[in-house]
Design a protein around this ligand. Structure first.
Ligand code: GRG
Length: 282
């Protein structure tokens, strides 16, 4: 796993070095090089490995996913959204570079992610178009952005468990699910079970996030605890309490284990990433 994280970080450094010297590029690199867990690119690489594909040929695609995730974090932290001062253990992008440059940095990461996929040497053009379609569908108005909108429009309102689940499926689940899906597309496998597993894992990830927002610490999380409550957000914990949230989390992980028993290969690469998520404290 550490080897994969190092490979992702090395490739991200190369991508950052390709940008013209500018304040925006500096802000993009600052946000990307923070201590992210690299969960989404690790999922993508582990899924490729479980399908017996050499994931190192597709490190650039792994980085494209991380670039889109990082753009979403920069924009989510802006004063017009969650207005957060800390992310990945240090000041947020807009706190260091100012709001206008942080907006441009997020926009540019979204653009550059597409260019990085186009530049891949291994994939044929048709498959590249399919991958770009899946990734931008998941991160745009059909996925993450719609989830973010539901989140914003429901702030300070009591929401049902169904609305909360849909919001998280789109906001957090879609990008995690597409990390599985892109690997299945490259391996020319049926994408459906991978996407379903990704949505379950995305929801589990989000419930954990809600629990950690209450039980975590600034040192571990790299951001203040209780920020959801401070922003008057409905969370699994505020809706169901810690015990019921934990029970739902256990059910989701039980489903995920069933998937792993069927689809993970003997090297257990996907199980390693799932275990990383199961045991996370930030
Ligand atoms: C602004 C378009 C737009 C979308 C924002 C993903 C998102 C939508 C907002 C992030 C807010 C948030 C903290 C959601 C909870 C789940 C989540 C995505 C946590 C951050 O992901 P990690 O834990 O972060 O993988 P690292 O820093 O490890 O990469």
């Amino acid at each position: 796993m550490n080897h994969d994280i190092n490979a992702i970080n090395q490739k991200l450094n190369e991508i950052c070095a390709s940008w013209p010297h500018s304040a925006t590029a500096e802000a993009m690199s600052y946000a990307l090089k923070g201590k992210g867990k690299r969960i989404r690119p690790l999922i993508f690489m582990a899924t490729l490995k479980s399908l017996a594909i050499d994931c190192h040929d597709y490190l650039d695609i792994a980085c494209a996913i991380e670039m889109i995730h990082t753009y979403s974090l920069i924009h989510d932290d802006l004063p017009g959204m969650d207005n957060d001062d800390y992310r990945r253990g240090r000041l947020t992008c807009h706190k260091v570079f100012g709001e206008p440059i942080a907006i441009l940095a997020g926009d540019s990461l979204l653009n550059e992610a597409c260019r990085v996929i186009i530049a891949n040497q291994k994939l044929d053009s048709e498959l590249k178009i399919d991958l770009i379609d899946s990734l931008y569908k998941a991160s745009g108005i059909h996925g993450m952005i719609l989830g973010q909108e539901i989140d914003i429009l429901n702030e300070e309102k009591p929401v049902t468990k169904e609305i909360l689940a849909r919001m998280h499926e789109l906001k957090t689940g879609a990008l995690i699910a597409v990390s599985f899906k892109l690997a299945a597309q490259i391996a020319n496998q049926n994408e459906a079970p991978y996407e379903k597993m990704g949505l379950d894992l995305g929801l589990a990830f989000q419930i954990q996030d809600d629990i950690l927002d209450v039980t975590g610490s600034f040192e571990k999380l790299g951001k203040p605890v209780g920020s959801d409550l401070d922003n008057n957000k409905s969370t699994y914990v505020s809706l169901l309490g810690i015990n019921e949230s934990q029970a739902q989390l256990n059910d989701l992980f039980a489903n995920i284990d069933k998937f792993l028993a069927q689809y993970d290969n003997q090297s257990g690469d996907l199980a390693k990433v799932v275990n990383l998520i199961k045991g996370r404290d930030h």
